[in-house]
Structures are given as C-alpha cells and as structure tokens.
Design a protein around this ligand. Structure first.
Ligand SMILES: Cc1cc2nc3c(=O)[nH]c(=O)nc-3n(C[C@H](O)[C@H](O)[C@H](O)COP(=O)(O)OP(=O)(O)OC[C@H]3O[C@@H](n4cnc5c(N)ncnc54)[C@H](O)[C@@H]3O)c2cc1C
Length: 616
C-alpha cells in the first residue's frame, strides 16, 4: 500500500557525487527508528555496510551510489555490471522468495546468444555458471510446424493405397531456425534454456547479499536534483544518486515518473507447463512452435528429462479455470492437434500447469527523467514469442552500467562532477531503437512466428556443433532418421480387434509385420497383426523397415473400394500418419513415435506398459 513521503520514519542519506553532496558529504543517519508501531525492524546488511562506510574517511571522488528498484533479471544484471565497475549499488527487492516463486510460475527462460554474450562481458564467472547450468537448444533444429499435423516434412495431401488407406497430413514446410550458425559466425555463445530460479540464484550470489535488500517494496521516490530518495511501502527511505526502476511490467517507478498507463493486452492467455517427458526427437530438435488458428503451442527441451511448454489461446483477459480444470480445458482447446502437443499436455501434472494473460508495453521515447531511469519490462515489456524480453533486460543492464562508467571516466579526466543526467539519456538513446524493433518483432511473431537473432558484439562462446546439424537442415529424411524413440501403431478405429493396445513396430530390416484377417504364420507371433474383421483380407498388407524408415505395402487386398495405388508397392509412412486397413474406418491406426508412453496411467502401471511392448 503506498504511503505518503512525509510519513517516513527513517532516512539514510548516502554520499553523492553531485556537486553539492561532494562538497558537503553530509550523511544523515537517522536510520531504522520507525515511529509507527506497525513497522517491523528488519535485518539490513547493505544498510549496515553503508552506515559503516559513512564513518570512514571519504575517498576523493566517490562513485555515484545507485539504487535499483527490483531484483529481477534486469535489476540483478545491472547491479552486477555496475558493481564490477566499482559503483555502490543497493537493490531494493519487494520479495526475493516471490521472485523465485514467480520464476517457478514462469518456468525456465531461454537466454539467447546476445544475452549470454552480454553476461560474459558483465561477469565471465557468473556467465560460465549460467552456461553450465543451462540446457543448450541452439545446437539442434528449432522451428515452426503445423499444429494439427505436427509434421516437419514436406508431404502432400492424402494418398491411398489399395485396401490400405494412408492419410498423410497436409503440411507446409517445416520452418527451421538456425540459432547455431549466426552465433558461431560471430563467436557468440549458443542459445540455452535455464531455470529462472537457478539464473536468479547465480546472479544474486554474484551481486552479493550485502547489496540486495529483500522485503523492500518501492512505492514512490523523490528526485530533488541532487539526490534521489526511494520510498518504501513500510516508510523506509533510501537515498542515492541514481534510481533505476527495474521493477517489471507493473513498475511503480514508471508510474511515479510518467503517471498511470495501461499495459496492452496481447489478446492471448498463456498456459505454461513443465513435464517429465523426453520426446523421441530430443537429440535433433531443441524447441518447436506449433501453429494453429488463434492458438499456438511452444515446446522446448529444458534438460534433465523435462520439457517445458507454452499454450497460447486467443481470448479475453481475466479468464479463470475451475479447480483442476486447466489440463481438461487444454485438451479441449488443442483437441485434434498432433501427438507432440497432446502427449506433452497429457504428461503434465495438473499442478504444474499455470495460466497468465500476456501483456506488453510499447517502449516510449523517454525512459526516465533527471536521476531516475527505467530498465527491462518496466519500460518495454514484450510478448514472449521471441524469447527476448529477459534478454533485452540483460542488455539494458549492461548498457546502463557502461554509460555510467563512461560518464565517470569522463568526469575523472576532466575533473568535473559526473554528468549523471546526460549519461542516463545516452543509455536511453543507445537502447531505444534496438528495443523498439525487437518489441515490434515480438508482436509480429505472435502472428507470423518469426525470429530475430541480434548481436551485441561482445564475448566468445563455444563453437562446436553436432556435425550432423547441416544435414538435418537440408535433409528431412536424415532428421527423421536421427530421431530416437520407438514406433507404434495406436489403434483409433471403432472396430479394432486389438482392443486399445498399441502395436510396437520393430526397426529390423529382416523382419516384416504382416497384417491380415488371420495369422499368416502361426509359429511366428511376433510378426503378425491379426485384424479379424470382414473388410480385412486374409493377407492384407505388410509393414517393413528399411534404413530406419517404415513402409506399408498393400498385398493386393480385395477390400479397398476407394483407393488404389499399385499393389505390392511399399509406401513410406511417417509419425502422425493414419493408416486404415480396409475401407470402413474400423481398422485404423495412428503412427506415433515415443520414448515413453506419455499417458499417466500407462506410465504408472508397469503392467500395462508391458502389454504394450508385447503387442506386436
Ligand atoms: C510466458 C513468458 C515466457 C517468457 N520467456 C522468455 C524467454 O524465454 N526469454 C526471455 O528473454 N524472456 C522471456 N520472457 C520475458 C521475461 O520474463 C521478462 O522480459 C523479464 O523477466 C524481464 O525482466 P525484468 O527484470 O525487467 O522484470 P521482472 O523479471 O519482472 O523483475 C522485476 C522484479 O522487480 C520486483 N518488483 C516489482 N515491483 C517492485 C517494487 N515496487 N519494489 C521492489 N521490487 C519490485 C519483482 O519482485 C521482480 O523481482 C517471458 C515472459 C513470459 C510472460
């Protein structure tokens, strides 16, 4: 709850490099004597240090002291960069545990090459920790596919084979994003995904506990031209030379600077989830965007056997779900979508699914006034479609520290007081255009699903790639061939004699699976699929494997009325295809490739899993 500035019970006036403060070095240390009984006393290591510092003789020209409202990604990176350049920094964070809680809600974050390079420039050791903790996705194929077919391959319409009906999804070409080559060409680190909590912990540790003040909710500030005072909800006041508002999309600093402005609703609500799930193409695909009409779905490997996903759905803001209703709703919204999407939703526990409406804030021309500036989401919150919001906050933090340091060096050289206000304006100027472009692209990406990989020009990263990567980009067969997992035929037709058990297809070129009304070779149960249905011929079809690809061959069955391709001609099929034996939609199977069976029941019941593996 905001309080009036005059109600402040305590004030700490910190040394300043502003002309007047430099001369007088007045330190008012009426700290922590709350006059109101409801205000609790807190342990304040950073303040204690500042009080101690006040008792020491003043150095010739102390660097400005910077207050940072918000210890999120942007605030912490700036604090780290500024500290490494010798500035005294105090981060005022509303609730550090909530930050980490919030991190849990938002799941892992993708840090792209530009942001990783900036981290290296800020603090090589912290950057190393981040890179070690992250899961590299940039060394695999990432891209956009059709949400319904989920297919990565250029195939056409529908083709039919004799009494075997093979439905091939209508797809457009898989649009692949090569995040590796642009990074490697510029000597940048390769894109990674990292848990927000881990990132926050690494950054906070690097900044130092003494520079982060938890439970410090900034609600207001006063800039008197010589210093700036941050005012907290509980009445405490902190003085510094600069205030950086890194307090996120609902920034109080921004509101005090420019008045209230509404954030812009993107039109999309976003469900996020994380699941213990390893897709069969884990070695070849990093993240994938599945497109649909007024909805889309993003899945990404986040390492440790987990997949993270975002499900976007166009609807009015403010919607809620009944208790335990998120998964059910998602399965309705994405009903008919490809297995990659459905399996992932199914594999996610209800409690691991969260929902939030997506807002952004178009960046403005002015990012601050006087001694106060903004950084990250507080000034340019963007839609998450490019995975650049946090990356831009990181870049902001670095640039701001660079501008402050430049101004400081200049003041030392010229022997004049540091021009703080101009340095903040230079920071804005350096960042404005770049951030505006990326903000716009992020908005466009919601519609167009495009991406942008910028380059800041610092840092070196690992340059080794999987040597098959170029081939995967050019050759879809190679991409499919490199996919792990096991192939199954999942019965979907009404009259399947095999109950609901999937058929496991064995990748063995010496063996074929024969499909027919009765078992062709009673002595070899592993190679027969018996479909005792009138529309299935005695010996109807065979399924074979060659070079890791599967083919179905119609054996000239008598029961295909509608569809004819030359009999005895092997037709290749792919994941998500639907194969029908006969023509009355009773013996219908969907092709799926899985590492593990995603359905919770199957995962939990070993017995059931056993049945699946024995089914073929
Ligand atoms: C679903 C989703 C997915 C995303 N995925 C990615 C991605 O993959 N890659 C990427 O780069 N970006 C991504 N983003 C964007 C990214 O999360 C934000 O851009 C980033 O967190 C902004 O960092 P920040 O430090 O500016 O703000 P925040 O991370 O919001 O941090 C603000 C901090 O300030 C604190 N605070 C707030 N108010 C006050 C106050 N009054 N006083 C004191 N402290 C306060 C908060 O507790 C918080 O710690 C995604 C966003 C969403 C919604």
């Amino acid at each position: 709850m905001p309080i009036s500035t005059s109600a402040s019970p305590a004030a700490i006036s910190l040394p300043s490099t502003s002309p007047s403060c430099c001369r007088t070095r007045t330190l008012r240390l009426r700290a922590f004597t709350p006059s109101r009984t409801h205000q609790k006393r807190v342990s304040l290591p950073a303040c204690a240090r500042l009080i101690a510092a006040a008792a020491m003789p003043a150095p010739e020209q102390p660097k400005p002291r910077v207050l940072v409202a918000g210890g999120g990604i942007g605030g912490l990176v700036f604090a780290l960069a500024a500290r490494r350049k010798g500035f005294e920094v105090l981060v005022l964070e509303r609730d550090m545990s909530a930050v980490r809680g919030e991190g849990r809600y938002r799941g892992p974050i993708q840090l792209q090459s530009n942001a990783l390079a900036v981290l290296e420039a800020v603090d090589a050791a912290a950057a190393d920790e981040v890179m070690d903790a992250g899961c590299i996705t940039g060394d695999r194929v990432n891209g956009i596919v059709d949400g319904v077919s989920g297919s990565c391959y250029l195939r056409h319409g529908i083709s039919f084979a004799g009494g075997v009906h093979l439905t091939v999804p209508m797809v457009f070409r898989y649009i692949k994003f090569d995040t590796f080559t642009p990074a490697a060409e510029r000597g940048l680190p390769v894109t990674r995904v990292i848990s927000r909590m881990t990132l926050q912990q690494i950054l906070a540790r690097a900044v130092g506990d003494d520079a982060i003040l938890n439970e410090s909710h900034v609600v207001d500030f006063v800039d008197d031209g010589n210093k700036v005072t941050a005012i907290l909800e509980d009445g405490r006041r902190f003085e510094g030379d600069i205030l950086v508002g890194a307090d996120g999309i609902w920034s109080k600093v921004r509101k005090t600077l420019f008045g209230h402005t509404d954030a812009t609703y993107s039109g999309y609500t976003c469900y996020t989830g994380i699941a213990d799930f390893v897709p069969p193409d884990i070695d070849t695909v990093g993240y994938r965007v599945f497109l649909g009409h007024k909805q889309y779905f993003v899945s990404s490997d986040v390492g440790g056997g987990k997949m993270q996903w975002y499900a976007f759905h166009k609807e009015a803001a403010g919607g809620t779900d009944p208790e335990n209703g998120k998964k059910k709703r998602l399965l309705e919204i994405f009903s008919g979508w490809c297995d990659n999407v459905i399996d992932l939703i199914n594999a996610t526990e209800e409690e691991a699914i969260l929902r939030r409406d997506i807002y952004d804030r178009p960046p403005t021309m002015n990012w601050g006034k006087g001694r106060v500036t903004l950084l990250g989401d507080s000034v340019h919150a963007m839609q998450p479609n490019l995975g650049q919001g946090g990356c831009m906050a990181i870049e902001d933090g670095y640039q701001l520290a660079v501008e402050l340091d430049n101004a400081w060096q200049e003041s030392v050289k010229s022997g004049t007081p540091m021009d703080i206000v101009s340095s903040l304006k230079r920071y804005e100027k350096e960042r404005r255009l770049r951030v505006a472009i990326i903000h716009g692209l992020a908005r466009m990406a919601a519609i167009m699903a495009t991406t942008y990989r910028p380059y800041l020009g610092v840092g070196l990263g690992p340059l080794s790639a999987n040597d098959q990567l170029p081939q995967w980009f050019q050759d879809d067969d190679a991409l499919e061939g490199a996919m792990g997992g096991e192939w199954y035929l999942f019965p979907t037709g009404a009259g399947n004699s095999n109950g609901s058990q999937p058929i496991h297809l064995i990748r063995d070129e010496q063996k074929s699976l024969s499909v027919g009304r009765s078992r062709s070779d009673p002595s070899n149960s592993a190679s027969s699929l018996t479909l005792p249905l009138p529309q299935v011929s005695e010996t109807h079809a065979t399924i074979t494997c060659k070079n890791k690809a599967f083919y179905v061959t119609d054996l000239g069955s008598e029961h295909g009325r509608h569809y004819r391709v030359p009999p005895n001609f092997p037709v290749r099929f792919h994941p998500s295809d639907v194969i029908e034996f006969g023509s009355d939609q009773k013996a219908v199977f969907r092709v799926k490739v899985l590492n593990t069976l995603p359905y919770e029941s199957a995962r939990r019941k070993g017995e059931q899993q056993q049945q699946v593996l024995q089914a073929a």
